[in-house]
Design a protein around this ligand. Structure first.
Ligand code: RIB
Length: 299
């Protein structure tokens, strides 16, 4: 059983031939809306991977609240810990360029009302054998409270260090398993401009200090990780990305679900990397998350 304590957004997505530079206006060639939010995306990925999932977070009472939860609801996610507040549902303004790269601005709205009391309630409902998964799109105090209470209870915690915020390195020390992209990992390790060799050294150093499982996602180059003193690598699929929004979330959700389901660590990394690749082949964060049979077909 996995509880995701995190954000729920409505994504407003414009596609353009190329992403604009600061101050520049470019013509768009498409617009769509889709359910998103790093927390909700990871919850849906874990659910589509086959886990029982509870989502804990907040939405508003506006027109975006229902569509933001629709796919989670349809997939059978437990939404009883999603509160309805007077602030608007979180939104993300997303530009996707012709090469599949993106720019995102997130307006937290209701996500900003998630409190330490919500963290306590979310952890209280967990059993020691459960997994708690978090990201950094809800208030820092709530994330910190959830991580420390889960640790006291013996619950496994997975923290995705996204988006990069000033508290990320400190919070990163509090989780059992940390998932970061290259930039987030450089911040965690307090070292910029890492080569592949630097990254491996930094993984060993941090792991030696904390004993944590550390996973760094490398986009098209797959993933490198360290667990129990051992470095592992996994590759996704060779693809031409259409839209990379939500690929990292798909990796996180599939990884959590795979471990929760008892898969060996390296098999969980590979399954998650393949799921992340597949998520780059369709537009939109949640609509692009593959179901378990699609991932299995590529393994
Ligand atoms: O990781 C992708 C997500 O980031 C989007 O769905 C958007 O809502 C932002 O939170």
């Amino acid at each position: 059983m996995i509880t995701v304590f995190g954000s729920i957004n409505m994504d407003l997505i414009a596609t353009t031939e190329r992403l604009p530079k600061p101050g520049e206006t470019v013509a768009g060639n498409g617009f769509s809306t889709a359910a998103g939010g790093k927390g909700a995306n990871q919850a849906l990925a874990a659910r589509r991977a086959g886990s029982s999932v509870r989502m804990s977070g907040a939405v508003g009472q506006d027109g975006f609240a229902s569509p933001a939860l629709e796919l989670l609801d349809g997939a059978g996610t437990d939404l009883s810990a999603v509160k309805r507040v007077s602030e608007p549902t979180g939104t993300a303004l997303i530009l996707v360029g012709g090469d599949g790269e993106n720019m995102i601005a997130v307006v937290p709205g209701a996500n900003g009302t998630v409190t330490s009391a919500d963290a306590t309630a979310a952890v209280a409902a967990l059993q020691p054998e459960d997994t708690l998964m978090l990201q950094l799109e809800i208030p820092v105090a709530a994330v910190e409270q959830a991580l420390s209470e889960a640790k006291a209870k013996g619950v496994t915690t997975i923290l995705n260090l996204a988006p990069l915020i000033p508290d990320a390195p400190r919070l990163g020390r509090l989780a059992d398993i940390v998932i970061a992209n290259e930039t987030e990992f450089e911040r965690l390790a307090a070292q910029e401009g890492m080569t592949a060799a630097d990254r491996e050294e930094a993984l060993k150093r941090l792991h030696g200090e904390t004993g944590q499982t550390l996973i760094v996602t490398l986009g098209g180059d797959g993933v490198i990780a360290i667990r129990d003193g051992h470095i592992s690598r996994a590759k996704g699929l060779v693809i031409e990305p259409v839209d990379t929004v939500g690929a990292g979330d798909t990796f996180c959700g599939y990884f959590a679900a795979s471990l929760d389901d008892g898969l060996e660590f390296e098999a969980a990394l590979r399954r998650a990397a393949v799921a992340g690749s597949l998520a780059c082949l369709k537009a939109g964060a949640q609509p692009s998350i593959p179901v378990a049979s699609e991932v299995a077909a590529k393994l």
